[in-house]
Every structure is written in structure tokens, then in C-alpha cells.
Design a protein around this ligand. Structure first.
Ligand SMILES: Nc1ncnc2c1ncn2[C@@H]1O[C@H](COP(=O)(O)OP(=O)(O)OP(=O)(O)O)[C@@H](O)[C@H]1O
Ligand SMILES: [Mg+2]
Length: 224
């Protein structure tokens, strides 16, 4: 296993939070970790995208920014629309080539998707196609809020349909006011066909190595 692909039930569910925690846990095991955000949207020209900055701060393999974040758009909109506005077509092969360079320099590459699992990238491909092209085990971040059960199950159905390897799922408490939190997490445990790597409590502070090691278990292939 050379990498992990972190996806989520939606945008804003904690993919970056979990990707950073995975990087901390992998580094604590002595692995050299590179990070990648193939497509980012929502950073003014000349400024580093917030997700890219957080991932780079956690990772320890130095890499060309063009490889870490091959497509960076200013508008915080769906990637294929941001690309269209910029007169660019997102090309999966460009991402795959960048990933290969990162993978050559690292033990593990943690790749964070954008938005949810099927967010379009161009007029033909979406994020799931990219994950499939990279062939990486998928970590699904379930943002625990009302509606997440259906989103999680639909995402799982698509991942399974594409016969992509599973790394596991993470429950992330993004809504402290969510009713029946325990019952919702139990429903995910009962229905998701992948190991649970952890459930993160609602915690406004950014993730540290110590906190990641408390709630996160690495996928089996990377744990020993
Ligand atoms: N467990 C948590 N407790 C409290 N706040 C959280 C938690 N997880 C994430 N957040 C906050 O929720 C927001 C969204 O999280 P994050 O940026 O990780 O989501 P994302 O899925 O990566 O979003 P995007 O689709 O924009 O990449 C951030 O402000 C983050 O700090
Ligand atoms: Mg993010």
C-alpha cells in the first residue's frame, strides 16, 4: 500500500482534519509521508489553499507544490465549474503523474479529495474516477450530522461497485447538537462493510499527533 485516498460524505465533513490525523499517525510509525490535494478551490491567487497548507504542515516529505496541488482554483465552487471559468480542463493523467512523483519520494501518500465522492472534475470524469485511476484504498469520512447515514451508504455503494479497496471509515462529530449521536454511529457500525478507524469527538482545536493517536487506528496494512 503506497497511499490512501480520503473522501467524505460531503464537503466540510472533516476530510482535511482526518487526512492530517492520518499523516500524524503514519509519521509516528516512522513512515515518510507526502500529502496531496489534487484539486483545491477557494484560495485567492498567490495564496496557498487552506487544506494544502494544513496537509503540508503535517507531512514530512518535501515536494513541489505543483505535485502536491496540481489544480488550484480561486473560486470556492465545484471543481469542473472553477476549471471551466479558468479555461482549464482537469486531466486525471496530470494528477496520476504528480502522484507517482510523490509516491517515489515517500513511504505513503495521503491524498485528500475535494467535496464528496462523485463531485465532477470535467465533462466526463469525477472524483471517484480519480480515486479509481489512482487505485488507492479509500478512507471515508462520515461527517456526523442529520442526513449522514444515507450519504454514507450511497458513497459506500459506489466505492464497492467500483471494486476499490477499503481502508476504513471514520466518524467525525462536526455537529455537537446532533440528536442520538451514539445511535447514529451504531447504525454506521452495523451497515458499513469496512473497519472503523475511529470516531473523532467534536473538538474545535486543530489535530495534534497526540490527539490523533488517541482516537485513530491506522488501516491494518499500515499499522504494523
Ligand atoms: N471533530 C471536529 N470538531 C470540531 N470541528 C471540526 C471537526 N472536524 C472538522 N471540524 C471543522 O469543520 C470544518 C470543516 O472541516 P474540514 O476542513 O476538515 O472538512 P473538509 O471535508 O476537508 O472540507 P472541504 O470539502 O472544504 O475540503 C473546519 O472548520 C474544521 O476545523
Ligand atoms: Mg478539506
Amino acid at each position: 500500500m503506497k497511499g490512501l485516498f480520503v473522501t467524505g460524505t460531503d464537503t466540510g465533513v472533516g476530510k482535511t482534519r482526518v487526512a492530517v490525523a492520518l499523516i500524524h499517525a503514519l509519521r509516528a510509525r516512522g513512515l515518510r509521508v507526502a500529502a496531496m490535494k489534487p484539486v483545491s478551490a477557494g484560495s485567492p491567487p498567490g495564496e496557498l489553499n487552506e487544506d494544502v497548507a494544513a496537509l503540508l504542515q503535517a507531512a514530512d516529505v518535501e515536494a513541489d507544490l505543483c505535485d502536491v496541488n496540481p489544480y488550484a482554483f480561486a473560486d470556492p465552487v465545484a471543481p469542473h465549474i472553477a476549471a471551466q471559468q479558468a479555461g482549464i480542463r482537469i486531466d486525471l493523467e496530470v494528477v496520476v503523474a504528480a502522484y507517482s512523483r510523490l509516491a517515489a519520494a515517500a513511504d505513503v501518500v495521503v491524498v485528500e479529495g475535494a467535496g464528496g465522492w462523485r463531485v465532477p472534475l470535467n465533462n466526463r470524469d469525477d472524483m471517484a474516477d480519480l480515486a479509481q485511476r489512482l487505485g488507492l484504498p479509500v478512507v471515508l469520512v462520515v461527517g456526523l450530522r442529520l442526513g449522514c447515514l444515507s450519504h454514507a451508504l450511497l458513497t459506500v455503494e459506489s466505492i464497492t461497485h467500483r471494486q476499490l479497496p477499503w481502508a476504513g471509515w471514520v466518524g467525525n462529530h462536526i455537529d455537537p447538537a446532533m440528536a442520538f449521536q451514539h445511535e447514529n454511529v451504531a447504525a454506521l457500525h452495523a451497515r458499513l462493510p469496512a473497519p472503523c478507524l475511529g470516531v473523532q469527538a467534536f473538538e474545535p482545536a486543530a489535530c495534534s499527533t497526540a490527539s490523533a493517536l488517541q482516537w485513530l487506528t491506522l488501516p491494518q496494512e499500515l499499522a504494523s
